[in-house]
Design a protein around this ligand. Structure first.
Ligand code: GLU
Length: 607
């Protein structure tokens, strides 16, 4: 969500900013803008819509050596040019970009207006430049510090002052910021991805930290004034490339990368010869694993669906009472947290604000929480300290595909590891481990021959809405399938545990209502097939996702899609694949912006 870039140094600043904003486009946004320091004023250019429009609008004559750039994902105020960032103070000598939400903006705005300040936008952000102006006594760092001491809410922000060329002041509280070191130049971004082509040496800011950035480097202090020194991190190579290769869209490329991404997630971790698994990042001894009384898995959106599969696996395989919950609900319900609970926080970006809030709630209550994260060095990874990197590689398409399968993969590995200590003998452990290691090849086999996807898409785009259902882990897959089709193709969808249909939703089934039934050949198969019969009897047209060779299940579908056979707990890694392809091809057929669906952001850094 929202991107921030900043640069001081000898290069031509508009080029660096616009290139950085382009690299951040995948995060999702609705408008973009830059501010570049000139000798006598600050040049600002803003546009609604894609970064491409901003690039067209920036004059090729614009040059400079200090500047900031922003992509906005509107929270307060409509998507208009006036609301796009940067925002300026009255005399236009200070420019601010901001990611997050200033929660006390109304009170601050009212006070500033009483003092005669005229606002030019509807945003919460605009209080910042005016406050900074009011508190400015010649030292830009101290002005920003004093302003932020009056602010409640979340921010990653960057400020430039006409009086201080060669300097950017930035601060973070709840929205990520990373500093990049160059030779006689310094970079700032909300996401290391923007810096990958420029430097590999980065420093992550922590909450309530403030930084003065110059060409020589930076000086970090806490909001309360204490000095801080952070070690330099080296960016991972895998974050370097972001192109689509031979694919038309990132989403399709990422779907097809799943054999490799899953292999990276599983390899070296599943050890069939020991009948178990090793996850060094959890740093848990067998004695500690035996002492776990309950596992809670927290996530949002697709990560929540992966969490649901994880909770099933933890309970069924490791026999530990387990639950999955949406992080934003968990954090505000004053949950009971016991010292022998273990929580996992699942997030692709490692920056999800709702999940971060849930982590803090667990920690405040003395609980243990570990991250299941893709982006190395992200806020969630660092806040948890312990956890598992899912290693799916950069996921650029906003709708998650390969990160989902890697999250499920990582949770299955953790379940196997815990199960081997608590419940599974070496033989059963070995079998499960071997089945897991076969998945990447099975994913490849399916993707090479995915079945009548286009026929299914025709059916799914022919109704007013689509139902998805399944039972157990296949219900989680049904939820993920419905979410994907909503996100990418904007098709209204609902998902239910298959047995729930008859308790109400079946009232919506009439002739030709499209239904997707997830029916792998597991213990719930017969029950789910009865539910398929029930909706067919009322005229529904059904896409059945079934196990290869299960012809009886296949025959019940108007369209049948077969996936390779796998044990029930592993089946989501296969049954989800046709769902991803439905969403992709439906989006394509309906002319949607596949990689950047409307209103969505990749990294959801606001509550
Ligand atoms: N709350 C700010 C706005 O609506 C910033 C949104 C963002 O994070 O992009 O302008």
């Amino acid at each position: 969500m929202c991107g921030i870039v900043g640069y001081v140094g000898p290069r031509n600043v508009p080029d660096v900013l616009l290139d950085g904003l382009r690299r951040l486009e995948y995060r999702g946004y609705d408008s973009a803008g830059i501010a570049v320091l000139q000798a006598d004023d600050i040049a600002v250019c803003r546009r609604v819509g894609p970064v491409g429009k901003l690039i067209e609008a920036v004059s090729p004559e614009l040059t400079g050596h200090t500047g900031i750039g922003h992509t906005r994902w509107a929270t307060h105020g409509g998507v208009t040019e006036a609301n796009a960032h940067p925002h300026m103070d009255g005399p236009e000598r200070i420019a601010v970009i901001h990611n997050g939400i200033i929660e006390n903006h109304q009170a601050l705005r009212a006070r500033l207006q009483e003092e005669g300040v005229v606002f030019r936008s509807e945003t919460d952000t605009e209080v910042l430049p005016h406050l900074i102006r009011k508190l400015y006594r010649g030292d830009p760092l101290e002005a920003v510090r004093s302003a932020l001491q009056l602010v409640q809410g979340t921010y990653g922000c960057a400020v430039v002052f006409l009086d201080h060329p060669g300097t950017i002041i930035a601060a973070r509280n709840g929205s990520p910021l990373v500093l990049g070191k160059g030779n006689g130049e310094s970079f700032l971004a909300s996401d290391p991805h923007a810096l990958a082509a420029l430097t590999r040496e980065v420093v992550y800011l922590e909450d309530r930290e403030l930084v003065r950035i110059t060409t020589k480097g930076w000086e970090i202090t806490r909001l309360d004034g204490a000095k801080i020194d952070h070690a330099i991190h080296l960016l991972e190579e895998e974050w370097g490339s972001g192109d689509k290769g031979a694919y038309m869209h990132h989403m399709l490329k990422e779907i097809h990368e799943q054999p490799e991404s899953l292999r990276r997630c599983l390899s070296g971790r599943v050890v069939p010869e020991e009948g178990g698994a090793r996850l060094g990042g959890l740093d848990l001894s067998p004695r500690e694993i035996v002492a776990i009384r309950r596992v809670g898995i927290l996530g949002c959106g697709t990560s929540f669906h992966a969490s649901l599969v994880g909770a099933h696996a933890m309970e069924q395989l490791a026999r530990i009472p387990s639950f999955a919950e949406i992080a934003s609900e968990f954090r505000y319900r004053n949950p009971l947290i016991e010292p022998d609970d273990l929580f996992f926080a699942v997030s692709q970006s490692g920056e999800t604000a709702d999940t971060m809030g849930a982590i803090k709630e667990v920690q405040v209550k003395g609980g243990r929480v570990m991250g299941i994260v893709n982006v190395v060095g992200s806020s969630i990874a660092r806040t948890c300290g312990r956890g598992v990197y899912v290693h799916s590689g950069p996921e650029i398409a906003v709708a998650s595909t390969k990160a989902f399968t890697s999250q499920v993969g990582a949770l299955l590995v953790a379940s196997l590891m815990f199960a081997r200590t608590r419940a599974l003998g070496p033989h059963e452990g070995k079998n499960f481990g071997e089945e897991l290691l076969k998945v990447p090849d099975k994913v490849r086999e399916y993707l090479d021959n995915p079945g009548p996807i286009l026929k299914a898409v025709e059916l799914l785009t022919s109704g007013k809405y689509v139902f998805f259902f399944g039972r157990g882990v296949s219900h989680a897959v049904a939820m993920e399938g419905a979410l994907k089709l909503k996100e990418v193709a904007y098709v209204p969808c609902m998902s239910y545990p298959a047995a729930e249909m008859k308790h109400g939703p079946i009232a919506l089934i009439d002739a030709k209502t499209p239904v997707v039934a997830v029916v792998p050949d597991d213990i719930m198969r017969d029950k789910t097939l009865s539910n398929v019969q029930e909706v067919r009897a009322r005229g529904a047209r059904v896409v059945v996702i079934h196990t290869e060779g299960d012809h009886e299940a296949g025959r019940l579908g108007d369209v049948a899609i077969a996936v390779p056979r796998a044990p029930s707990l592993i089946s989501p890694l296969l049954t989800v694949l046709p769902m991803q392809l439905f969403a992709y091809h439906a989006g394509l057929a309906l002319g949607r912006d596949i990689d950047r669906p409307r209103n969505l952001a990749k990294s959801v850094t606001v509550e």
